[in-house]
Design a protein around this ligand. Structure first.
Ligand code: Z5A
Length: 214
């Protein structure tokens, strides 16, 4: 995997914290800066990876083995990296991605209890050295996120999980952010949308300034 001239930004967080809403805000920020970029998401981002997303999110009667779920996440990611993310970064485009491997640590690791070492092994296999340059974590109390998300249609397979699962997800995101403060920025998503976007803009300005000084 060749190292990139573009920047790789990921947006993470639990259910209903506002990722989709704020991806649009971040994209318009990138446009205002005149930064050539693509917007994408995980699981998904290519036709094959979107098919895998469908397999992963559809509620089903059969229990899904945790290794099956983990491998499907990384299968989708391998395709997404090869077809979309790495080529864009190599062209010098910035990549804005709604969820990435931090979601695997949070949901499969924190939520399902898969060993973090197992996830790290697959991360190294599939991504080699590639890691996001900036990860924006939208953080809000679980109950508040679930309340916001509940206004939408049918819950997917993950949204059917219990409160404790989402508490573990949140805790895992926060503990990863603490361990690698250079990569992560936590934004308080319990605030009004206007304030969340002011905070996001500030984080992006700081990141841009640091990138220019590299
Ligand atoms: N998953 C995984 O397990 N492992 C992995 O490696 C990866 C993913 C990559 C699909 O993700 C699932 O895949 C996900 C984890 C798993 N679990 N689930 N479900 P997804 O990103 O497609 O789906 P999601 O997490 O369910 O996203 P979401 O529920 O769509 O939430 P959101 O995008 O963060 O929220 P939103 O749609 O922008 O906002 C929800 C509502 O709140 C909406 O009405 C907004 O207008 C409102 N909102 C947003 N912000 C505010 C503020 N600040 N104030 C008031 N109201 C607000």
């Amino acid at each position: 995997m060749i190292v990139k001239p573009g920047k790789f930004i990921t947006v993470e967080g639990g259910e209903g914290v506002g990722k989709t809403t704020n991806m649009a805000f971040i994209q318009s920020w990138l446009e205002r800066q005149g930064i050539d970029h693509i917007k994408t998401r995980e699981p998904g981002g290519t036709p094959l990876a979107e098919d895998i997303r469908e397999l992963l999110l559809s509620p089903r009667d059969e229990a899904v083995n945790e290794n099956t779920e983990l491998l499907l996440m990384f299968a989708a990611r391998a395709q997404h990296l090869a077809e979309v993310i790495v080529p864009a970064l190599e062209r010098g485009q910035w990549v804005l991605c709604d969820r990435f491997t931090d979601a695997t640590y949070a949901y499969q690791g924190g939520g399902r209890g898969v060993a973090m070492e197992k996830i790290a092994l697959l991360e190294n296999l599939v991504q080699e050295q590639l890691r996001p340059d900036l990860t924006l974590i939208l953080d809000a109390p679980v109950a508040q996120g679930l309340e916001r998300a509940s206004k939408r249609s049918q819950p997917d397979r993950f949204e059917q999980e219990k409160l404790d699962f989402f508490e573990q997800v949140r805790e895992c995101y926060l503990s990863r952010a603490k361990k690698i403060p250079m990569q992560y920025r936590i934004v308080d998503a319990s605030q009004s949308l206007a304030q969340v976007q002011l905070d996001l803009g500030e984080q992006l300005n700081q990141f841009m300034e640091a990138s220019c000084n590299e």
